[in-house]
Design a protein around this ligand. Structure first.
Ligand code: S3P
Length: 178
């Protein structure tokens, strides 16, 4: 069994995911880092060479691979829910937990995160803030459809996010047919 964290860039998947993994004694895997290691290139380079299409194909392979593993807390990339196959794969062996935040909070967090430069190329021709607003709106139905549980991370501390993830995980494992 794994735990999957989904949600837009900057919703706190990596921060919370690391802490949840520590708490359970599981391994934390950031799907973007895993993909970069596997490809031997940064996400920005992959986008430059083959566009978003190539990145999404590699992302699909990665999610498939990770869904065959056990006891991992997986932070999926913000766009992983766009492919139905990824959602199916994640749901095969774990709860899918959606982390949410408003566009302003996300914008602030992304500005401060050094990973943004290599791992988060622009996805549209809009400016950074407008892109966030537009994609949050566009992806909303995908996130909501994929999510077994939702947690708003904008106004709570990472430790509280972790407590909530762990409690959702308990609920999920108890309701799971044996
Ligand atoms: C993406 C989010 C990024 C990364 C890539 C595409 C997206 O992951 O997978 O830049 O489409 O929202 P994070 O959500 O970990 O930043």
């Amino acid at each position: 069994m794994n735990i999957y964290l989904i949600g837009f860039r900057g919703t706190g998947k990596t921060t919370a995911g690391r802490l949840v993994a520590q708490n359970l004694g599981w391994e934390f895997i950031d799907a973007d880092d895993y993909l970069e290691k596997k490809a031997g290139k940064t996400i920005r380079q992959i986008f430059q060479e083959g566009g978003e299409g190539l990145f999404r194909d590699l992302e699909e392979e990665v999610i498939q691979e990770l869904s065959g593993m056990e006891n991992k807390v997986v932070a999926a990339g913000g766009g992983a829910v766009l492919r139905e196959k990824n959602v199916e794969n994640m749901k095969k062996n774990g709860p899918v937990i959606l982390l949410e935040a408003d566009a302003h909070t996300i914008y602030e967090r992304l500005q401060k995160d050094p990973k943004s430069h290599t791992q988060r190329p622009n996805l549209t021709k809009l400016n950074s803030f407008e892109e966030i607003v537009h994609l949050l709106e566009y992806r909303k139905p995908y996130y909501e459809k994929a999510a077994d549980f939702r947690i708003n991370t904008a106004t709570i501390r990472p430790e509280e996010v972790v407590m909530r993830i762990l409690s959702k995980y308990q609920v999920w494992s108890k309701s799971r047919p044996v």
